[in-house]
Design a protein around this ligand. Structure first.
Ligand code: AHM
Ligand code: MG
Length: 378
């Protein structure tokens, strides 16, 4: 009898100890999971780490493109620093000069232009730069750049009308392999179709700063963590939704739009449950910000030709081609209303083109309208 009581007691303790061990293990496991999650969040992959990792995608890469992207990111951080304190320092307002497009130049435009040029010159991987702010190309003739294989086209500060009013602005860049053989780059190096781009990207200076880029193998987005001063991978493998319900266009120019665009806008505004219409109209007036939003949520951005600007407003080399490359890589479509943007021939540095860019289904519809009312085009 006594023996059986002692056995039950042992059994009871055995169960108790095992239950205790089991609960402890579960708690430890949970804590480990939390720690790992926190650890990964704290030590998110930086742009630099990501670029080096991706270098392996290109078997003969020598790291030049990686270094070029790094140089661009350095300038972006400096520009972002100035953008965030623009209201506090004497950097807002206009310089009094006009740029090559005949538009008044803001101080921050000049600052951003100078920073990107300086970073690209110092990096030694770029042999010429084309910028919205400079009439001619800037050939780089220096000892460290004499073997450089790339040229960079850029809009250093896109959305300049928004600088003074604390609204998102951006930088757009496009990288080509030079066609000239050696020495400083030439005008010809920039006269390549968008399909020849090696890489392209944009930086958005918004509620946080983000760098989004592609090398033709998908699109990745990095958010600047100001506490460590690094762009960290926050949007891996960005995909544009196939359809959307946002259209972005400066409707103030409505009267001057081609008939196809007018009809498409009316289509967007009609009631239709099946297609989720009416769509929402969203227009920031900073192309980078409008296109970034549409890339994430789905939508269409249009800057068409008008009776006043028969070739549209935006520039093919450093605005439309890089944005088209990114949007296509994210699964979207970019055209001039009829033809693919990246297939367009280029003969001038500051050549303009109409731009239609967005989710596949919305693009399909807008192109149908453009085709249908082609004859009536302005
Ligand atoms: P910018 O490079 O001089 O800033 O011009 C380009 C900008 C785009 O970012 C934006 O979508 C468009 O021009 C706005 O133009 P508008 O004010 O005519 O609508
Ligand atoms: Mg611009």
């Amino acid at each position: 009898m006594q023996q059986s009581a002692s056995r039950s007691k042992h059994f009871f303790y055995f169960i108790l100890i095992n239950t205790f061990i089991f609960v402890r293990l579960r708690v430890q496991l949970h804590l480990n999971k939390e720690f790992n999650h926190k650890y990964q969040t704290m030590y998110a992959k930086t742009l630099g780490q990501f670029i080096i990792e991706k270098q392996n995608d290109f078997p003969f890469a020598k790291g030049e493109l990686s270094r070029l992207l790094r140089d661009i990111a350095i300038a972006a951080k400096i520009v972002n620093r100035e953008v965030t304190k623009a209201g506090l320092v004497e950097i807002l307002g206009e310089t009094g000069d006009t740029n090559v497009q005949g538009e008044r130049v803001k101080k921050l435009d000049v600052f951003a232009n100078d920073q990107f040029i300086a970073a690209l010159k110092a990096g030694g991987e770029c042999c010429a730069i084309a910028s919205e702010e400079n009439e001619d190309i800037i050939p780089i003739d220096s000892e460290i750049s004499k073997n450089a294989r790339y040229v960079v086209a850029m809009d250093p500060l896109d959305g300049s009308s928004n600088i003074d009013v604390n609204v998102s602005i951006g930088t757009i860049f496009s990288i080509y392999r030079r066609v000239s053989l050696n020495g400083p780059g030439t005008h010809e190096d920039f006269m390549q179709r968008g399909t020849e781009q090696v890489a392209a990207g944009y930086i958005i200076y918004g509620s946080s700063a983000m760098l989004v880029y592609t090398t033709g193998k998908g699109v990745n987005g990095f958010t600047l963590d100001p506490s460590i001063g690094e762009f960290c991978l926050s949007h891996p493998n960005m995909q544009m939704p196939k359809d959307g319900k946002t259209y972005s266009i400066n409707e103030g120019n409505y009267l001057h739009f081609p008939e196809g665009v007018k009809k498409y806008i009316k289509y967007c505004q009609e009631e239709d449950k099946a297609t989720n219409r009416p769509y929402s109209s969203r227009y920031i007036g900073s192309g980078v910000a409008d296109i970034h939003r549409n890339l994430i949520t789905g939508g269409i951005y249009i800057y068409p030709k008008t009776t006043k600007s028969p070739n549209g407003k935006l520039r093919l080399l450093y605005e439309c081609n890089p944005l088209a490359f990114i949007i296509e890589q994210a699964g979207g479509v970019a055209t001039n209303g009829y033809k693919r943007i990246m297939d367009l021939d280029i003969s001038e540095l500051h050549q303009r083109t109409p731009l239609f860019l967005g989710s596949t289904e919305m693009m399909k519809k807008s192109m149908e309208f453009m085709e249908k009312y082609k004859e009536a085009a302005v």
